[in-house]
Design a protein around this ligand. Structure first.
Ligand code: PGA
Length: 247
């Protein structure tokens, strides 16, 4: 089963989210072999949860982050216990959360909070600059996951998002299939050796309707995390169809 995650970031009004969510719901219904996740701003999640009451089983709602704290005096945070029953997934460690909100030393605790309340983490990782040497990337991932058990890791989805490839990055361009294959194969090996499991790893970074067919052919990835191109139902449909093997 492959995954396509729409990360709407901070781009849409409630009305626009509702329109896209309904269209995504129809799309998921047409593509039962694909899991489709929509990640909306906190503010809209309850409304969308209500609106999507009769959604197909393969359409999931996600938050774009989650607090690393359980409960209490954390102004502006939203805790996993508050999201429970509303979202099934939470993006954790997105590079924009790391850059603008210093969410880096918090990843393991965010994962623990999400899992404790039955929310599946979609854990993002990726290097800042293009490189042949993936040792620093693995060191960062090891630091992010420090203290977590193999059982906890096995419950997560991961998203490899090279920061230089994300469309909001200056001069961004998607990583090539070879580059992605090389990194994801080595990260998968590392998961096997370290945790004896192979959690699904998605790719994110300038996935568009133009490159999705070749990206969907990469056997090592289990889907895509899509930002900009998820804001338009036409491009999002093309991407979902490619990952569902129906391009
Ligand atoms: P992009 O964003 O598809 O616009 O590059 C991906 C992401 O930030 O998750």
């Amino acid at each position: 089963m492959k995954w396509v995650v729409a990360n709407w970031k901070m781009n849409l009004t409630m009305g626009e989210c509702e329109v896209l969510a309904s269209a995504s719901s129809h799309l998921a219904e047409d593509l039962p072999g694909l899991s489709v996740v929509v990640a909306a701003p906190f503010l809209y999640l309850t409304g969308l949860h209500e609106k999507l009451k009769f959604r197909p089983k393969n359409l999931y709602l996600a938050s774009q982050t989650v607090s690393s704290y359980q409960k209490g005096a954390y102004t502006g945070d939203v805790a996993a216990f508050q999201l429970k029953g509303i979202v099934s997934h939470a993006i954790i460690g997105h590079s924009e959360r790391r850059k603008y909100h210093q969410e880096t030393g918090t990843i393991a605790n965010q994962i623990i909070q999400a899992l404790e309340y039955g929310i599946t983490p979609i854990v993002c990782f990726g290097e800042l600059k293009r490189t042949q040497n993936i040792a620093p990337l693995l060191a960062d991932l090891r630091a992010d996951l420090h203290g977590l058990s193999a059982e906890q890791i096995a419950k997560c989805l991961f998203a490899y998002e090279p920061v230089w490839a994300i469309s909001s990055h200056k001069n961004a361009e998607p990583a090539t299939p070879n580059y992605i294959t090389n990194v994801v194969s080595r990260v998968t090996e590392w998961f096997s050796e370290t945790y004896h499991c192979q959690p699904p790893i998605l790719y994110g970074g300038s996935v568009t309707e133009d490159n999705c067919v070749e990206l969907a052919r990469i056997k090592q990835i289990s889907g895509a995390l899509v930002g900009g191109a998820s804001l338009h139902i036409k491009s999002f449909t093309t991407i979902c169809r490619s990952f569902a093997g129906q391009a």
